[in-house]
Ligand binder design. Sequence first.
Ligand code: N01
Length: 885
Amino acid sequence: MKSLAEHEGTMTNGGIDVANSNGNESNLPGATDVDVVVVGAGFAGLYLLHRLRGLGMSAQCFETAAGVGGTWYWNRYPGARCDVESIDYSYSFDAELDEEWRWSERYATQPEILSYLEHVAGRFDLLQDIRFSTRVEAATWDDEQSLWRLRTDVGEDVACRHYVMATGCLSQPKTSEIEGHGRFGGEIYFTSRWPHEGVDFSGKRVGVIGTGSSAIQSIPVIAKQSKELTVFQRTPNFSIPARNGPDTAEKRAAADRDRAAYREQARRSRAGVPVEVAESGAMMVSEEERNERFEKAWSVGGLFATIGAFNDMLVNLTSNETLAEFIRDKIRGIVKDPVTAEALCPTNHPFGTKRPCLDDNYYDTYNQPHVKLVDLLKDPIQTITETGIDTAAVSHTFFTIVFATGFDAMTGAIVSVDITGRKGLRLADKWAEGPKTYLGLTTVGFPNFFAITGPGSPSVLSNMAVSIEQHVDWVCDLLGDLCKRGVDTIEPTEMAEAGWVQHVNDYADITLYPRANSWYMGANVPGKARVFLPYVGGVGNYRAICEEVVEKDYLGFTLDGEGQRQCNDGIIRRLQPDVAIMLGVMASMDLPPLESLSVGEARAFIAETQKQRAPGPDVGEIVDGQFPGATRDLDYRLYRPASPGPHPIVAYFHGGGWVLGGAASDDPLCRDLCVQSDAIIISMDYRHAPEERFPAAPDDGYAAVQWIADRAESLGGVPGQLAVTGWSAGANVAAVVCQTSRDSQGPAIAGQVLLTPVTDATKALSSKAENAEGYVLTSTLMDWFWDHYADPIDRANPKASPLRAADLSELPPALVVTCEFDPLRDEGAAYADALTAAGVDVEHLSARGQIHTSIPAVDMLRSGAYARQAMATALKQFFATSVSV
Ligand code: N01
């Protein structure tokens, strides 16, 4: 029996032993052998060599395998083919190559893709720069000479200025953690290291471990040959029919019509494939329409048709579940044995959060009498034995075992080389808690080091061919530019890297991806840090970010050389991703600024946009009514929890700059607060300006809490358990109400939650200038609100600007929420500080990357969920410590 390492060893013969011979001398200062070393001769390495030659830089590529191809060299298992259509999964950098190569199938086989890459290597004369059957074992940064020193497994030392890992995301096989894996006496194969001569399964009893893409592609083919096939499944995976066949005429015509435009569309797309983007979420259409779209996607086949049937598959669990159940029904319809069918139905992760597979008759394979499925969740593997596999219940004997157990994804191949950067820092140590990169390309402490499709880039969530070309182009353009400028080293800054890691995590956190134990999360490798590895922001968006970094003169990088040093420090993306998307959509709609409208038009506009908003969660009951305001009856809307009462009561004051809105205008936020705090929320209206100016609003606010306190029991509340909350101008009203109640010996208020409050009209705090434009609430809009609401002379009155109160002591405990990109940010922060200084119990939550309007956007902006939760938690705490009467 051969170990995985031995399998690798058998394939490292026959390399073409040609040293770097492209004729380009190193043209950088320092004692380098070559300008650039490239590790890996797959899609990325080949294109790198071509580009570097074009730049006139000397390059040497090292490749462990005996030939080009990377993943397509190693993964020769039966049934291996790509699962992005070949017309898209190919190079676009050369129009003639693009034109001359024709794929024979929609999804080309591994041999065809390998021959394509061999053709490219020959066509562009790249073989001369590749050292095959040679593994780079270690790379160490020499700080004095500003170069990398590499050592290969054949004992060669190479010095280079720049070091590029083009080692692929899924190339380092996962070592088997199954007990006894070395004991098996029969044939053993790994899909990731398949023998070149192929494997004959005829008449054999075969066991396959794993049900990921490699297994799902190979199982139907192995089943055709073998006498008996047993599949060991730990996690059922979603698989979609590939519907492979000849290249589709429609797709070919679309590409041929204008090849350059077609490729450009792919580059600017979400996943690197030019497909139409659905405009609606799955829950926005009827069940009938939803199923129709799923049926259509199922009949067309392919990943993108399915995942793209609606626009919210990977962010909305309810929508995702409709697709998941659709696929489960398909499985139940195909697989005749109901127990096997049920075992094949994925239930522990949303669709797409583990890489979905494309198959060719996978599920139907289980209808063959000689194919069995072992559900390891019910009957786990105990050990591999000399003769087979023992599960808890059965001893299985096999002639052959196939491991289709996957890879140490995204980081495994990179850290398998012992890479040491500045001051002896080992990359493996730096990344022990998860990879840290800037743009997925570079990492602090490792100058002149680049990882093509590295962790933190779209890579595995995209058409790899497009992402590889983009990375190679970006790196090569950069190297060319550095060379012209006489820059010796480039390295990202701590701030830029930390900002990018944060952005990558922020993006992942608004999706469903972190819910699965997937290799995207590093969860398939025991002991590996559980971190979301790729960047989920999309190929087009990511490309724009990389371009912006360069346009901003290498924002986030330190450039050093020939006596000059440049550090243009900064963070490329600071807004929460969903907030940025929302702002982008709004910008594309070219909406008029509110302050350019009359008050009537502005109110009509807000009412119209509110109709299109998704509702918040269901509550037990909603009651509309009226209460006596300070001078006349006003509306309220009461939200009652579904749990048995009585409940504490929260008086809520809506936002809208004292001019816009009403009792029902913050409906989603009120529902959310009601559900999460388990309290009655009563949204109390107040008179609006300009018809009724200052102090109408706070007078009505105070009348509202008095009215609630007087009849708490009849409203279903707990007497004495009353808190106030509000957003923006409503938070201003809530803050003033607390002061008035204290000063007038009014109702006891258990606590105040102030979301982005207006607290002081008189000070020009820096957030107002910093965030004057571009974040919905502009400083001119704020001025418009003030002009309608209060005369300049009144604005310093504490009933308009509560921060100006002479005494802030003895006020109810508070949670103040401020948002980073809000003109009002510093007003809220100043109020929190002043309350604290006055001895009030205050928590100040500063919401990173949020804008003035984003926290109330329940169901639209998931990134604000934690702030909404904090508001509900604060309310609960107020009530837990307050005394009911
Ligand atoms: O690997 P995988 P893969 N005991 O990690 C199971 C790309 N790709 O090689 O899910 C029992 O997906 C493991 O179970 P679990 C594609 O991106 C593309 O198939 O961890 N079982 C899982 O079922 C793909 O996603 C193409 O519970 C064990 C399986 O082994 C990626 O490569 C083709 C186990 C591993 O599945 C990786 O795919 C092939 C254990 N100890 C691959 N350890 C195309 O382009 C692991 N498993 C078509």
